[in-house]
Design a protein around this ligand. Structure first.
Ligand code: NAD
Length: 331
């Protein structure tokens, strides 16, 4: 029987991991806590851990995992910036991920953020519940013929371009590897500076790397149109949040929709409604009328959960059976 320690368990994780669990092959122990320097003792007796975006797998954690005999880290997400790959390699611990479970789930959420911020449906919903049928301050703009800048046209960025093309938007894109299929549909690849200059809306879909960390900073804001909309469903640290607050105050940043946040680790996925939140940056962000924050939920659709679970189990079975790890994250 294969035994897995699954960290950062939420009710929906348990629901899907139980639903698709090959009952005679795999046993799962569900831990609510995240895997970090304080919780490594929990992995005793396991060879495989399954983790999510905010489990912090740094060198110290990896050293402890190695000491306890962990051989595989199965990420149940696409991004892998939270794992020190170099240290994992040194300790001989393999890392697998779910590269594309449902690009459309995230791309559709990015469009939902755009539409909500623009057409203010969240405000209309609250107003009407209170008997306020006024249209004052609900004016939006057409997406048709606006210029959308897409940074990163991999699986999610491509799905997002296809949705935006359906709205009749002009699309400019930036990626290290332009996609000819998108070019054939009218997507125009430009430099990142040109994308900043031309875009009415910028949507981020590139991974977080040392090159992309804080790519949206005060210098970048200076190149953008006044009133630009920025959407981030990728990773929080692509944006310098303090620079975003300054840009909001200067009216440079006209709309800000984020599903991810630089310091989300101890905040997102949890109910803090009865606590004093110490993070001044997120509290300032929530105070702006033109900021919309969701708590890293872009992936959360039935279809995506199904794929995440099935692919994670397959990755684990491939490892145990000595098969090629098609979803291995290599250095
Ligand atoms: P992908 O690997 O298919 O695509 C990433 C693209 O970014 C590639 O085309 C790559 O060439 C490009 N890229 C890499 N470095 C770049 C750079 N410096 N500048 C511009 N482009 C660059 O990944 P994906 O499946 O499309 O996922 C994109 C990101 O979305 C992931 O890295 C992850 O952080 C994030 N994500 C978020 C959620 C969520 O729930 N919010 C869910 C899944 C993924």
């Amino acid at each position: 029987m294969i035994k897995i320690a699954l960290f950062s368990t939420k009710s929906y994780d348990k629901e899907y991991f139980e639903l698709f669990r090959p009952k005679d092959e795999i046993e799962v122990r569900y831990f609510k806590s995240a895997l970090n320097e304080d919780t490594t003792e929990l992995v005793k007796g396991f060879e495989i851990v399954c983790v999510f975006v905010n489990d912090h797998i740094n060198r110290t954690v990896l050293g402890c995992l190695h000491k306890h005999g962990i051989k595989l880290i199965a990420l149940r997400c696409a991004g892998f910036n939270n794992v020190d790959l170099e240290a994992a390699h040194e300790f001989g611990i393999k890392v697998v991920r779910v590269p594309a479970y449902s690009p459309n789930a995230v791309a559709e959420h990015a469009m939902a953020l755009i539409l909500t911020l623009n057409r203010k449906t969240h405000k209309a919903y609250n107003r009407i519940r209170e008997g306020n049928f006024s249209l004052e301050r609900l004016t939006g703009f057409n997406i048709y013929k606006k210029t959308l800048g897409v940074v990163g046209t991999g699986q999610i960025g491509k799905a997002f371009c296809n949705i935006a093309l359906g709205f009749g938007a002009n699309i400019v894109a930036y990626d290290l590897y332009p996609n000819s299929e998108l070019e054939a549909k009218g997507v125009k690849y430009v430099s990142i500076d040109e994308l900043f200059r031309q875009s009415d809306i910028i949507s981020l879909h590139c991974p977080l790397t040392s090159d992309t960390r804080h790519m949206i900073n005060s210098k970048a804001f200076k190149k953008m149109k006044d009133g630009v909309m920025i959407i981030n469903t990728s990773r929080g640290a692509l944006i310098d949040s303090k620079a975003a607050i300054k840009a909001l105050k200067k009216r440079k940043l006209g709309y800000f929709g984020i599903d991810v946040y630089e310091q989300e680790e101890n905040l997102f996925f949890q109910d803090h409604s009865e606590s004093i939140i110490e993070d001044e940056v997120i509290m300032r962000l929530t105070s702006f009328p033109n900021v919309l924050i969701t708590s890293h939920q872009a992936f959360l659709t039935h279809e995506a959960m199904e794929q995440i679970t099935i692919i994670t189990y397959q990755n684990i079975k491939d490892f145990v059976n000595g098969n090629t790890l098609i979803n291995e994250v290599k250095l």
